[in-house]
Write a protein that binds this ligand. Structure first.
Ligand code: SF4
Length: 378
């Protein structure tokens, strides 16, 4: 496991009020500063000559890579450093792979379905990551070039991956947890290779989906399916996107003017920030309103409206600059902009910065937009 600065510090001379406390020989002003830098891997442990043997042993263990990364072209598998996402972040999303038999009479059809399949969600377009070609040594993969990676079964079997055949949910999940714990907590090199679960063909797609979802969360680096199913993959990709987001980076959407229900120059104009959750809540309401509208999404590093305002990422000047960039005055004759109800206190400030627009304070919650618009138009 990763040692924290405090865990390291308690072994150092300053914590024990021993000789050489804060001697600065390591180049750090104090033992505490050294401990923090060591925890962040900014210095190596051999910089302190007075470090006790037990801490040296812990640091040496800590230096080992918990899980190796295996690369197939530009596809990376494994490389995880933590058990839980909130500790830092997960690194490489679980690879979703399909095994295809080139001798299957339905091979071309199955391959075409895989090639045609893609989903786009929160600015990310997702495709099947890997196709393993059984009996496919002679298959010309040059003709297949797209974002999906192709590999012959023979080459796939040469990769240093730990295989778990999913015969039983309890056994598979137990093995996955054991392997990840050994790799991360004990830095055990016998368990440092990425793990894949092989899921056999079944008619019970709900059961397959439930098992695969669990393995995706804990702790398969790759799932290999004998069959391809669009609904199954769309579900797993959606789940995977949520599990593998970096908790330190808010999900954000592109900053631009979004259009709903074929708006024209007289349509109503809403505004919000590029925080993904707010955007989808508002966009969903606007889409279902069946009233033509625009939604201006301002750049705010993915922060929600109030957070963006308090972090000065949503100021009147920034809004004015964004509207100028989007050429809003050319796009619409409407001279009203509806801002989120939480930003009511910015009304005057915005009106000063945008003299050609009337600022209308909208709703606090997205679900109230429908009633708000009905009252506005009548
Ligand atoms: Fe503390 Fe060791 Fe650095 Fe001296 S060399 S300040 S004892 S960490």
């Amino acid at each position: 496991m990763n040692l924290s600065g405090m865990q390291i510090f308690k072994y150092l001379p300053a914590a024990k009020k021993a000789e050489h406390s804060n001697c600065k020989e390591c180049g750090c002003p104090t033992c505490m500063a050294f401990a923090i830098k060591l925890a962040q891997k900014q210095v190596t442990y051999d910089r302190c000559k007075y470090m006790p043997k037990d801490l040296k042993a812990l640091c040496a263990k800590n230096m080992k890579t918990p899980q190796k990364t295996i690369a197939i072209d530009n596809l990376k598998i494994g490389g995880e450093n933590v058990l839980y996402r909130h500790e830092k972040t997960f690194v490489n999303p679980t690879t979703l792979a399909v095994i295809l038999d080139c001798k299957d009479p339905d091979f071309e059809n199955k391959l075409q379905r895989i090639k045609d399949f893609k989903i786009t969600r929160i600015n990310e377009t997702m495709k099947v990551n890997l196709v393993i070609l059984k009996n496919g040594e002679d298959y010309k993969t040059n003709d297949l070039c797209d974002e999906t990676v192709y590999i012959s079964e023979k080459d796939f079997n040469k990769l240093s991956l730990i295989k778990i055949v999913d015969n039983n949910f309890a056994d598979t999940s137990k093995k996955l947890i054991e392997i990840r714990q050994k790799a991360i907590l004990e830095r055990d090199e016998n368990y440092s290779n990425p793990v894949y679960v092989y899921l056999k063909s079944t008619n019970d797609l709900s059961d397959l989906c439930a098992r695969a979802s669990y393995y995706l969360c804990k702790y398969a680096n790759m799932l290999v399916f004998e069959d391809f199913d669009e609904a199954l993959f769309a579900t797993l990709m959606t789940l995977r996107q949520n599990i593998f987001t970096d908790p330190q980076k808010p999900l954000q959407v592109e900053s631009k003017i979004y259009e709903f229900n074929n708006p024209d120059e007289n349509s109503i104009v809403f505004m919000t920030t590029n925080f993904a959750l707010t955007f989808f809540a508002v966009a969903n309401e606007l889409e279902n309103l069946h009233v033509p509208s625009y939604l201006i999404v301002t750049p705010a590093e993915g922060m929600s409206v109030l957070t963006a305002w308090s972090a000065e990422k949503f100021t009147a000047q920034m809004v004015a600059k964004t509207l100028k960039k989007f050429n809003l005055t050319e796009k619409v004759k409407t001279r009203k902009i509806i801002i989120p109800g939480l930003l009511e206190h910015m009304k005057e400030e915005l009106e000063e910065a945008l003299p050609e627009f009337e600022i209308v304070v909208g709703t606090i919650e997205a679900y109230a937009i429908s009633d708000f618009v009905k009252n506005m138009t009548c």
